[in-house]
Design a protein. Structure first.
Length: 286
């Protein structure tokens, strides 16, 4: 399979020997182009105003904004005066992420006691990552502190009613799609793998997202195409083959239909925006 390595080394500190690490946004070099971390990153804005671009959408940040960047997302950090604390971690070390990574939102605006508690957890993790360099006891401590932080984040989202049958079906479908979008764009294949009908998947997709199962598949493939074009040196033809398009013309037609421009135009626009930096937005009202 063609390599999907990124253009840039990670501007964030990757998880270390314990599977968790911390850094400050002001300590990292801004990325002119998007890149794809292979780990989770929790970013807590502590000062200033600015934007962080996640999957090609600029997230407006101010003190108290908490972002969760998942592995594989396209991330771009600009020189925009934003100060933030960052915790990075390998999802395999924290059981809580199995539920949170799938169901938690991507952003919160913290206030009051919630903000104080999360700031405290970030600060303690940073101190202990600096103090303890190795050893099984220190690793257990850092992983325990990460678990506490994730549980605090879980409590930021109110408990929801138990998922209905269609929501459970859609959740299963999304998991299969996440693993298989590079091999198949046929809803029939996912339905067969799940032991249900295409009609069942379409009904579940419409109930949860308002889009058909086929549209959900195409959305995911188009997102992966944009990530690969923006974050890797793969040619347009290589990106197409990686996503199951044997002919570049077929991939080009698909991409233009979904994104509104050709793959080459999209890549050129990303490069131009990279030279300009992450676009600024008006600071949100306090």
């Amino acid at each position: 399979m063609t390599s999907t390595g990124t253009h840039l080394a990670s501007p964030l500190t990757p998880p270390g020997w314990a599977g968790v690490a911390t850094c400050a946004l002001g300590d990292v070099e801004p990325a002119g182009r998007p890149w794809r971390p292979s780990f989770h990153a929790l970013l807590l804005a502590t000062g200033g105003h600015g934007t962080v671009e996640v999957d090609f959408t600029a997230q407006t940040c101010r003190p108290g904004t908490l972002l969760w960047i998942r592995p594989g997302q396209a991330l771009r950090i600009g020189s925009n005066g934003l100060a933030a604390s960052v915790v990075t971690f390998d999802g395999r070390i924290a059981d809580a992420t199995r539920h949170l990574a799938e169901n938690a939102p991507a952003t919160w605006q913290l206030e009051g006691e919630d903000e104080d508690a999360v700031i405290s957890e970030f600060a303690q993790l940073s101190v202990d990552c600096e103090r303890h360099r190795a050893g099984p006891v220190a690793a257990d401590l850092l992983r325990h502190q990460l678990a506490v932080l994730l549980l605090r984040i879980a409590l930021l989202t109110p408990d929801e009613a138990p998922l209905g049958a269609e929501a459970r079906t859609f959740a299963r479908f999304r998991r299969r799609l996440e693993a298989g979008h590079g091999q198949s764009r046929r809803v029939e294949d996912y339905a067969e793998e799940m032991g249900c009908s295409v009609r069942t998947l379409t009904r579940a997709s419409l109930a949860v997202t308002g889009r058909t199962a086929k549209q959900v598949v195409d959305d995911r493939v188009a997102l992966e195409a944009r990530r690969l074009l923006a974050c890797t040196p793969m040619s347009v033809a290589e990106v197409g083959r990686h996503l199951g398009f044997p002919e570049p013309t077929n991939f080009g037609r698909f991409f233009h239909r979904e994104v509104g421009m050709s793959p080459g135009q999209f890549r050129a626009e990303i490069s131009l925006n990279g030279r300009r930096g992450v676009p600024q937005q008006r600071p949100p009202a306090d």
